[in-house]
Design a protein around this ligand. Structure first.
Ligand SMILES: O=C[C@H](O)COP(=O)(O)O
Length: 251
């Protein structure tokens, strides 16, 4: 499982760089603009220049409206600024067809510019609270649009977590559907170390965190701490080892 960590500034990205050996993807965000809030192009560029070259930089394009042209242009802006993972929150899409429209535009805009870029279609585990597409529709939306991964995060950061809205067995269906479609499955949403056992068992490809690696576990008032990134990674590795041993023992 890959670890994606979301700094909100160049200063926090530098702290991520101190823990670079423990993480896989640096995901630029602006949490005060929403769960998948988009940051400025110059912040993405500066973060790209601040973290080791072998660490991919991801950028969120925002909790996007159903405006395919607007979102495609924003996605290209993130790619031009140096992000190679482009994440779109399908906040304003109420049907799978709308979400496919948005993601097709993003895939074309980004991959015409940079064919090896990685496009992530993100929905929300708490979709029922905001009226957007159902979480389990995401893998098919990603497949139909030519995206590379399907993701879930939470839209409302009020202390509730991924598994409060989409229990582990339904997340397992999400991962299975993504894999059947040839996609990676990414899961986030106030994930804690206590969730890592289940996330590992169901075959999650990428886990995204911010709060869990911030001081005091607080994604808003705390800032990312390199030692918490290292500790989170150590738990991921422990669960990966335990899971591999359990699979081997069962076979
Ligand atoms: O993409 C991952 C998000 O930044 C998750 O943030 P969170 O762990 O604070 O919910």
């Amino acid at each position: 499982m890959l670890l994606l960590v979301s700094p909100d500034s160049v200063a926090e990205a530098l702290d991520c760089a101190k823990a670079a050996e423990h993480l896989d993807i640096v995901d630029v965000k602006k949490p005060d603009e929403g769960s998948l809030g988009a940051n400025y192009p110059w912040v993405i560029r500066e973060i790209r220049d601040s973290v080791p070259a072998d660490k991919p930089v991801s950028a969120t394009v925002g909790d996007a409206p159903y405006k395919p042209g607007t979102v495609a242009q924003a996605a290209l802006g993130a790619a031009v600024s140096g992000a190679t993972y482009i994440k779109v929150g399908l906040y304003g899409c109420t049907t799978p067809d709308q979400a496919v429209d948005v993601m097709r535009g993003v895939v074309r805009a980004v991959k015409d510019y940079r064919p090896d870029a990685f496009v992530v279609a993100s929905g929300y585990a708490d979709a029922h609270r905001i009226g957007c597409v159902n979480p389990l529709a995401l893998p098919d939306i990603a497949r139909r649009s030519g995206s590379d991964a399907a993701m879930l995060d939470t839209a409302v950061k009020d202390g509730t977590r991924l598994f409060d809205h989409v229990p582990p067995e339904v997340c397992a269906d999400f991962v299975r559907l993504a894999h059947e479609a040839g996609l990676l499955a990414a899961l986030a949403g106030s994930v804690t170390v206590g969730d890592l056992g289940a996330l590992t068992r169901i075959g999650t490809d990428i886990v995204g965190v911010r709060g869990a690696v911030c001081e005091g576990g607080d994604r808003n008032t705390g800032s990312i701490q390199p030692h918490l990134v290292a500790a989170f990674r150590a738990e991921m590795d422990r669960h990966a080892r335990d899971h591999a041993a359990a699979v081997a023992a069962a076979s």
